[in-house]
Design a protein around this ligand. Sequence first.
Ligand SMILES: [Zn+2]
Length: 431
Amino acid sequence: MARVWIRGGRVLDPASGWDGPADVVLEDGRIAAVAPGLAPEGAEVFDASGCWVAPGLVDLHAHLREPGQEYKEDIASGGRAAVAGGFTTVACMANTDPVNDDPSVTDYILDRARQDSPARVRPIAAATKGLKGEVMTEMVALGQAGAVAFSDDGKTIMDSGVQRRVLEYSRLADKPVIVHAEDRTLVRDGVVNEGPVSTRLGLPGNPAAAEAVHVARDLLLAELTGAHLHVAHVSTAAAVGLLREARARGIHVTAEATPHHLTLTDEAALGFDTNTKMAPPLRSRADVRACREGLADGTIDAIATDHAPHAVHEKEVEFTAAPPGVIGFETALAVVLELVREGALTPLQLVAALTWNPARILRLPAGRLERGAPGDVVVVDPAARWLYDPAKGFSKSRNSPWAGRTLEGRALATFVAGRLVYHADRGVLAP
Ligand SMILES: [Zn+2]
């Protein structure tokens, strides 16, 4: 197999703490060497001068819509969009049709991914059958089939007794339980953050407490069971506070935030753009600040896209009727680079939140640039300015709040298993 020499970049490897000039050599699908001034013989040279060289990005929360909703996205299109955004591994949620609550569905997803996707795909299995919140799935069997976590994402397990059992059994499979923390009895028909914006828009509000109440319950259950709880898309200052306190008490909890919750407020919804409707909703300025602080101090470990494709006809309806969610693979990196430019995070902290931390949460051998690790690398041009047009992107869907915006920073090249699978000028190159 070809040998690749990624030369002259600024290498950012959070696992080792290295931030400085170095070359990276890929060979036989793996990282062969990382050091300044390498000169491997017979290697194909990739000039990374002026760029960051980081482990391929790991997204622990995405919706690829296959099987069942291929008109929104499929594993092939989602995988192409992922590598175009610099992601080399994506974990896909179980709310497909059929639901990934059975090893046969897990097998199907992995099989499609091997054939169709340039990105590695890691399925997340449902925690309860049919995402109904009633009967647990066969977690050990699902884990053996390749599921990396359990989640009823999109739905919340409201029955605390069921949630306790899910957490207990997840320990047997040694995988995290990922929770979409929204108390449905508090959310009711809320579609935007409850506050001045919901009042102005005359739309039903979803209170911050809907998230915090649920996070509080699940932290207590994680403490009771000793299980690994992972809180998805944290959006409120109240939840960040609860997580910080729980971590200080030694509860095994990790958390993620999305690019949109880290950079947009509920005011983005003032124009009734349904591409600003998500679950949980965009929150207040104080909530955004708290999420950023949580990311900076390690209360929030990871940045995850919650890439959630929906067709144009589904989003082009009135705000209350539109499905929640936005696509995110191709914009995530540029959007969160804003946190570095504003001084909220160091480049190494940002890269950690996109690579090493999510890889560790899912116990994956990814997210680091160590000799022998998978040859998954992204070359980032942090200064590239580009106009984002979802119609020209790789996702089948276009539901992005950043459509038509000029963004700064992008993946210049993405390598998976030592192979160039994406180049900004040449597009997706494989499979
Ligand atoms: Zn969710």
